[in-house]
Ligand binder design. Structure first.
Ligand code: GYE
Length: 362
């Protein structure tokens, strides 16, 4: 075929491509043909598609598969921001499992700021590539509008780790721990530990205010603590942070050393309290009993050193369950509104603690 004719054919093919994209702009979802750069053509949004937020580039819509597979999933994941060992294990669980399953993961990390989380959520609503939104909510209230918009946009929403106070028909399911039960378990252990001590005065180091984890662990702990006469004499937020918890405990120790137990709502805060107790010349785990939640590496080290008495596990490796549930939801399967995570309780006096610690993933 003479060169000239070849050139004309190419031009013709390109013109066909351009026309089909322009046609797509008129309501039909655009089809992305490999030779052109789709992002340059801003297709008309399909009817009912939400207005893209300013600066958001609408992405070409992927066609809907008959049967969804992990490879069809584009997940927008909104994380809380870094909060220590548990949170990084949770984030890695999503990144690693997505890689293994062939899922496209768009990861949005908010710096511990609720409005940033809401912005990320809206960004994923407008991102037409995204078919699943996964949310680890910093706070449990204020999500109705976003959930309604996500529903209108046909997104599957799965909550992971933290519950939110919203109507259950606005999300596919919640995958996470029973925080109230974690609090109960912690109190049962604290009752056992302070039994026979000079008193049952306990200090509580609380997680970030407004989160379901902090609220519910406190509820569960109080429910059981009352049964053995524990007196929670002071309680304040350490924002899941070892540094803040250490400062708080140092302040409390300046006011009084008459304390028999510290309930830390996560391991990081327990490790901070341990440093403060040592700084005050007290022996953590002996003079003052410590119970925490998460059971991360740091907790096992402290339990093996006898400085932390108990850690109630809260499993961060939730991604496989979340992705499995999202896939079922995409394929129209009905799901229970809560899929509990599997957890245990670890004590410093367990004979096989070292062996367990050696086999931990987080
Ligand atoms: O206990 C804490 C993290 O939401 C269960 O958040 C999670 C909690 C966890 O910062 O370490």
């Amino acid at each position: 075929m003479k060169q000239e004719e070849e050139g004309t054919m190419k031009k013709l093919a390109f013109m066909t491509l351009l026309i089909s994209i322009l046609l797509a702009g008129c309501g039909a979802p655009p089809v992305c043909i490999c030779q052109c750069d789709c992002s340059q053509v801003t297709p008309e949004a399909a009817p009912g598609t939400p207005e893209a937020a300013p600066g958001i580039q609408l992405q070409p819509v992927r066609s809907t598969p008959e049967v969804w597979t992990y490879r069809d999933m584009v997940v927008g994941f909104i994380q809380t921001g870094s909060e220590g060992g548990w949170r990084s294990a949770n984030t890695n669980s999503f990144k690693e499992s997505a890689e293994e399953l062939g899922i496209t993961l768009k990861f949005y990390d908010s710096p511990g700021d609720l409005s940033s989380q809401e912005r990320g959520f809206r960004q994923f609503i407008a991102d037409q590539e995204v078919n699943v939104i996964v949310l680890a909510a910093l706070e449990s209230t204020g999500w109705e509008d976003e959930l309604l918009e996500a529903k209108a946009a046909g997104k599957v929403v799965v909550l992971e780790d933290r519950r939110i106070d919203a109507s259950q028909d606005l999300y596919a399911t919640f995958i996470g721990a029973d925080f109230v039960e974690e609090g109960r378990r912690a109190a049962v252990e604290m009752c056992r530990l302070v039994d026979g001590m000079a008193g049952k005065k306990v200090w509580e180091l609380v997680g970030n205010v407004g989160s379901s984890a902090a609220r519910d662990r406190g509820v569960g702990f109080r429910e059981k603590a009352m049964e053995c006469g524990i007196d929670i004499i002071t309680s304040s937020t350490g924002n899941w942070s070892a540094v803040e918890a250490r400062q708080l405990t140092e302040t409390w120790l300046k006011e009084s050393r008459d304390v028999q137990g510290i309930f830390a709502q996560n391991d990081e805060m327990a490790l901070g309290a341990i440093e403060a107790l040592k700084g005050a010349g007290l022996t953590p785990g002996v003079d003052v009993k410590l119970v925490s939640v998460d059971a991360t590496f740091g907790a096992f080290e402290a339990m093996l050193a006898g400085e932390l008495n108990v850690s109630v596990e809260c499993n961060p490796l939730l991604a496989p369950q979340v992705y499995e549930a999202a896939l079922k939801a995409l394929n129209g399967e009905s799901l229970p509104k809560w899929i509990p995570a599997m957890d245990a309780v670890f004590r410093s006096d367990m004979p096989n603690l070292q062996e367990i610690a050696d086999n931990r993933q987080y």
